[in-house]
Design a protein around this ligand. Sequence first.
Ligand code: COA
Length: 170
Amino acid sequence: MSQKVAEPPKPSDFVIRTVRRDELENLIEVYRSGYEGLEEYAETDEEDIRDYLEWLYEGDPNGFLVAEIEGKLVGFISVHADWWDRRYQRRTAEFHELVIKKEWQSKGIGKALMMAGLDYARAQGCEYASLWVGEGNMKARKWYRRLGFEELGKGWGVWVRMVKKLEANL
Ligand SMILES: CC(C)(COP(=O)(O)OP(=O)(O)OC[C@H]1O[C@@H](n2cnc3c(N)ncnc32)[C@H](O)[C@@H]1OP(=O)(O)O)[C@@H](O)C(=O)NCCC(=O)NCCS
């Protein structure tokens, strides 16, 4: 006998918006799930993740965006638009974090968050978008390259610097 099951939500149903401070707690699970298998590039202790999320939020609350599907947060991006890149001696929008919950990856949500983050950076007058990615995180490295980020080489430890030049907002 066939049973009728409810259709799972489609990624097209997601909304992107700025996070509220009282939602940071819900992002601990999103972060943990997204980094499953990539723990060497992530915080793993719950208290450390909580502190990290607070730090991301405090640095630029307007650059902290979430993807929401049917009232549930499934991913987020954190951009600090007024960041001084000491290594390259210039102002940049620093993309500190981008993570999608495991079961929602590869459905276009990360790209939508990245586009919203880049729009935010441009609106703040930034000329560059920069990030650090784990050298062994080949999926993300390839993914960023497809979105126009270039690798500037290895930085400190296991991290690779990637930068994208932003065109002015027309
Ligand atoms: C990296 C990450 C943010 C990407 O988000 P995502 O929602 O899974 O990716 P998307 O579905 O938006 O990808 C969109 C595009 O990338 C393509 N893509 C998806 N997976 C890919 C892969 N492994 N390699 C190359 N391209 C890929 C898609 O085909 C799509 O391309 P299209 O628009 O031309 O069809 C997500 O996988 C993630 O959270 N990873 C774990 C945490 C992490 O590594 N964060 C980065 C830290 S610096």
